[in-house]
Design a protein around this ligand. Structure first.
Ligand SMILES: C[S@@+](CC[C@H](N)C(=O)[O-])C[C@H]1O[C@@H](n2cnc3c(N)ncnc32)[C@H](O)[C@@H]1O
Length: 296
């Protein structure tokens, strides 16, 4: 269904993980440690646009001993891939009837079977919710959760959706790796500015929610939540890549060139030339923003 392949998400996962802003992440961890549910031992987390579960794999090692995750995505293939990937990532798998605090959760069982895994001495229950967030997010936001999270998701949404989302949000939100539009490729190429302008235009095309906010999403999210009385903090989480990330650099060059071709504003020879040069770029920095917000 979606345009995000499991292969693409796997390629970006190590760079995503090392790019997350750790100062902001520590703020989130400290905040959650002060919450009653952590004291009683069980943390509920809902991950919007989860893909194959990269956000869980980044965060779960930092959270408490007992966690219940709901991975929400509209792409069942990605949710199935999430289940398989989590099984290989886990240290062990528990019968979903154990332990008792997990049994009492009444885990949702949809088309992708829920899981209870162990990792680094933590017990992690995972349920997979196939839902289109264009329409279904209100009921999901109303379900019990100590934290709503998302990775590389909010740049896809439109202003009207985001406004309604913020109006309905009553829980802490931690969203990472929202594209902020800043790109620096090395060595410089005379076409960089034109390509980036056309790429930004493509980022604003409809990604399933109406005209996408693209690079403006994090700023709009922060401002809307502040308007609702949330306390917010933002921090940069740029991808910094060099020769060690050749496969990702190549895919980015191909993906950017393809998006720019779709916009029809640059000569195809120029795009081909940029793509060729950028596949061999020695460095590439792509800007992202992480945001943590909680009701004051
Ligand atoms: C860039 S990927 C990020 C995936 C994952 N969070 C990660 O960091 O690897 C965006 C994800 O949002 C999901 N998505 C996009 N539009 C959606 C929608 N309308 N409803 C639910 N999920 C959606 C896609 O299927 C994809 O998994």
């Amino acid at each position: 269904m979606g345009e995000f392949s499991a292969d693409w998400l796997a390629l970006r996962e190590p760079v995503d993980h090392r790019s997350r802003n750790t100062l902001l992440q520590n703020q989130v961890i400290n905040f959650l440690h002060q919450r009653a549910s952590v004291v009683t031992g069980l943390l509920h987390i809902t991950d919007l646009g989860s893909g194959t579960g990269s956000n869980l794999r980044a965060l779960a090692p930092h959270f408490g001993a007992m966690q219940c995750w709901t991975l929400v995505d509209y792409d069942t293939d990605l949710l199935r891939a999430a289940r398989t990937t989590l099984l290989s990532w886990a240290d062990g798998v528990l019968d979903s009837a154990t332990p008792s605090s997990i049994r009492e959760l009444g885990i949702f069982s949809g088309s992708v079977e829920p899981l209870v895994i162990t990792k680094n001495m933590k017990t992690i229950a995972v349920q997979f919710r196939c839902a289109n967030l264009l329409a279904d997010y209100r009921s999901i936001l109303n379900e019990p959760a100590d934290l709503i999270t998302a990775a590389a998701f909010f740049d896809l949404v439109a202003e009207s959706w985001l406004t309604d989302f913020c109006t309905n949000l009553t829980k802490p939100l931690y969203t990472v790796l929202t594209y902020d539009g800043k790109e620096t490729w090395g060595p410089p190429n005379t076409l960089d500015a034109d390509v980036l302008r056309a790429f930004h235009a493509h980022q604003s095309t409809d990604k399933g929610f109406g005209v996408a906010l693209g690079p403006r999403a994090a700023e709009r999210l922060q401002s809307l939540l502040q308007g609702r009385g949330f306390t917010t903090a933002c921090a940069p989480s740029p991808w910094g890549m060099d020769d060690h990330d050749r496969a990702l650099i190549e895919q980015l060059a191909l993906g950017t060139a393809s998006a720019v071709r779709e916009m029809g504003v640059l000569e195809s020879n120029a795009i081909d030339q940029w793509e060729q040069a950028r596949r061999q770029a020695s460095t590439c920095e792509i800007g992202h923003i992480d945001l943590f917000a909680h009701p004051a």
